[in-house]
Design a binder for this molecule. Sequence first.
Ligand code: ADP
Ligand code: MG
Length: 546
Amino acid sequence: VKSSETMEFQAEVKQLLDIVINSLYTDREIFLRELISNAADALEKFRYLRLTEKDVRDSELPLEIKIEVDEKEKTITITDTGIGMSKEEIVENLGTIAHSGSRAFLRHLAETDKKDVNLIGQFGVGFYSAFMVAGRVRVLTRSYSPGRQGYVWVSDGTGNYSLSVREDLSRGTSILLELKEEAGEFASPDKIKNIIKKYSGFVPFPITVNGEKVNTVQAIWSLNKNEIKEEEYNEFYKYIANAFEEPMYRLHFSADAPLSINALLFVPENNFERYGFGKMEPGVNLYCRKVLIQQQAEGLLPEWLRFLKGVLDSEEIPLNISRETMQDSALMAKLRRVVTGRFLKFLAEQAKNDSDKYVKFWDTFGMFLKEGATSDFQHRKDIAPLLRFESSKSEPGKYTSLGEYVTRMKDEQKNIYFINGPNREIIEAGPYLEAFRIRDVEVIYTHEPIDDFVLSNLAEFEGKKLVSADQSELDLPEAKETVQDNEEKLDSLSLANLTTWLQQTLEGKVNEVRESHRLVDSPAVLINLDNYMTGTMQRVMQMVNN
Ligand code: ADP
Ligand code: MG
């Protein structure tokens, strides 16, 4: 029988460890937050599992996190009584990088001088941060599943780890860090307690350091708003979002009908998706009476709300709800509708009460609202008033809402008009605006291709049709003066000759050449005959199809 086997880390892990070990960090203390967060996850998983599973190892063990700091030996041990790991799970979880965002994180780390190690937890590789402070890491773990053996995993972070069977372990995981010479400062119980208070005060299980309890265990979302300090909200946000900045917005609400809900939602300060880190995972955890049912629950909120972080607690959620039923149960649909509706109402209030801050939100997270306006049929009517655009009547770089546009509409004006172009200068230099300028009719400027999909999909706003200025039928009010009145016109024969000649010359490139009444200074303009797809949308579709 082989008592110990040596195994190699996956190439990406080696690369990551190399960076973790050989870089200088200012925020090394976050290793503790990462290890405690893993312990808490393991405990939450066990607590949930025990609801349905009767046959578990050491069922009488209390759910807790014990930290032992040995000042003389310079070691820290973090022990949890959570779900533990089987051999397969150890190999998978502590030898490879399974999460999708981690490759992007690796690229990011390799590219920047300043190592944003704080982000490590957000990319699903937090465990490896142990090697920032430890020369050797030892993991002793035993699965909750009664048939499984216990194991010891040991590594110094350079290429390999060893794995051996160990029979005398009880359920859960112990992580033993042998601190590096230069990380000796962490071998102090007081220091460790302070770090826990800073980052892990909201872990919902007791944490003790050398026998002394350090955190207050409470589900803050279930308390009354007036019982919670601003500071506590922010700390809680940092804990659940693995963030180090304060949130941009916070929404804490409860409802009794049609469902009993307690929700605490946060909008972060930054949008990592915008920086090219790939598509975010959903960030809201689902609880039932303070028991975690699912972390980062897929399908709990519409996909376009994946930038939200927080907690949703509902008594009505069946405890044994599975991932599959999550997405399509009627109950979930109801929950999704209530919470989404409430959040959109919240945004409308914010936009009204502090429009400067809302503009900052729009600049950071507007892309998600646009995604919602094109993909979420149920909510797009409520998203529409939250959209912001530049227009011919807004100052450069400032926005208008569709609602504000409508209040400025001329009496005889029937439609809301928009035109796409990469920036204001290009739009204003083009021929499409001429007909509008001479009539003093406002035009919304859309700068991204998705904007045209958003507005075409909406089709109307407050009963006004949304019309692209490149369409053939604009239905504009009568102009007071037109070019034809005061300038020399071509006689009808010359006009017919000119259009016929143009038609032949542009054969296959245009459908038809017509005399136009919409131009003022430009000699010609391309008109789009499709009433749904704007020219920009057609170009996008062509790119997609090729
Ligand atoms: P993440 O926590 O984002 O999944 P980590 O690198 O922190 O990424 O941890 C990797 C995986 O290792 C976890 O998903 C979990 O499956 C496993 N793991 C780590 N610590 C523990 C622990 N204390 N108990 C059980 N499993 C653990
Ligand atoms: Mg983790």
